[in-house]
Design a protein around this ligand. Sequence first.
Ligand SMILES: NC(=O)C1=CN([C@@H]2O[C@H](COP(=O)(O)OP(=O)(O)OC[C@H]3O[C@@H](n4cnc5c(N)ncnc54)[C@H](O)[C@@H]3O)[C@@H](O)[C@H]2O)C=CC1
Ligand SMILES: O=C1O[C@H](COP(=O)(O)O)[C@@H](O)[C@H](O)[C@H]1O
Length: 309
Amino acid sequence: MDEPVLLTGAGGRVGQAILRGIGDDYEWRLLDREPLPAAKVPNGVPDADRYVADITDADAVREAMAGVGAVIHLAGDPRKTAPWDSVIRNNIDGTQVVMRAAVDAGVERFAFASSNHAVGGYETEDRTPDLYRPDDGYRLDGTELPRPGNLYGVSKATGEALGRFYHDEFDMSVVCVRIGNLTKDHPPREYERGQAMWLSHRDCAHLFDRCLQADYGYEIVYGISNNDRRYYSIERAREALGYDPADNSAEYTFEGRPKGDAGEGDGAGEGNGPGEGNGPADEDTDADPDDGPADPNFPTDPDTPTDGA
Ligand SMILES: NC(=O)C1=CN([C@@H]2O[C@H](COP(=O)(O)OP(=O)(O)OC[C@H]3O[C@@H](n4cnc5c(N)ncnc54)[C@H](O)[C@@H]3O)[C@@H](O)[C@H]2O)C=CC1
Ligand SMILES: O=C1O[C@H](COP(=O)(O)O)[C@@H](O)[C@H](O)[C@H]1O
C-alpha cells in the first residue's frame, strides 16, 4: 500500500491499538473530531495529515480522503446503549458520508468497524451461557443474517449493508469486521461472553493490517482472537484475509492473569462469575464506554431502552 491510509476515529481504543501495532508501516491520514494529543500520533505523521473533523461533515471528509488508497473506518458511537438519534447521525449518516467520499476518491480497500452487536440476537436464552464455553460447537460465520440486539447493532448492520451497496455498485473492496471485545494485555475479566469474543491489541492491529493488504471483494468477518471459548468462526478471516491471530483468552485465568504466574490455577473452568454480566471494569485497560462517564459529544436518552426494544 503506497498511498496514504485514512483512519477515522484514530484517537479511540481501536484506533490506538491499530496505531500502536502498525503505526510505522503506513502513511497515515488521521481523522477524529477530538484533537489527537502527540502521544496518540505515530512518529512522522505531519500536522497536515491530522484532521479534526466530524465524519458527518462531507466537505471535511472529502478533503481528508483526497489521494487515499485505503480507509479504516472506526469513528462512531460505540455504546451498545446509544440512542437512535446518535446512531443515525454518527454511525449511519457518518458511515455513508465516509463510504461515498471513498468511492468518489477511488479508494481501493475499505475496512468498516462492525460489531458483535450486529448479531447479538443469536445469543438466545436457550443458547446461553453454554455458547460462551469451549466445549460448545455453535458458530456464527458471517453468512448468517444480521440479528441485532439493540439500536447500536442495527446501525452496524446498516453499515454492513452500505458496504455491500458501495461494493456492488462501485466496485470498492469492502470488509466489515464484526469486532468482539477489545481489551489490552488480558481478556475481559470475569466475563464469559467477553472472553469468548476477546480481541487482543496485537491481533486487532494484525487483522486490520490484513484488511489493508489482502485482496477481497465484499467480506463480513469476525474480529476475535483465537479463543478456545468462542461462538464466532474466524475461518473466513483466515481464508479471505490471511488473519493468523496470536492470542487466546484460554491462556489467562478467568480473572485475567496469565496462566503460569506463580500461585495461579489453570483457570480453565467455566468461571464462577455472571456469565452474561458486564464484568468489572478494567482499570488498566479499555474501559467500556457504557460504563464510563458520559461522552459530552454523544447524547443520552433516558427514554431509550438499552436493548433497543
Ligand atoms: N472497542 C471494542 O471492543 C469494539 C468497537 N467496535 C467499533 O469500533 C469503532 C471504534 O470503537 P472504539 O475505539 O472502542 O470507540 P472509542 O469511543 O474509543 O473511539 C471512537 C473515536 O471516534 C471518534 N468519533 C466518534 N464519533 C465521531 C464523529 N461523528 N466524527 C469524528 N470522530 C468521531 C471519537 O472522538 C473517538 O476518538 C466503533 O465504530 C465501535 O462501534 C465494535 C465492536 C467492539
Ligand atoms: O460493539 C461493542 O462491543 C464491545 C463488547 O460488547 P459487550 O456487550 O460485551 O460490552 C463493547 O465493549 C464495545 O464498547 C462496543 O463498541
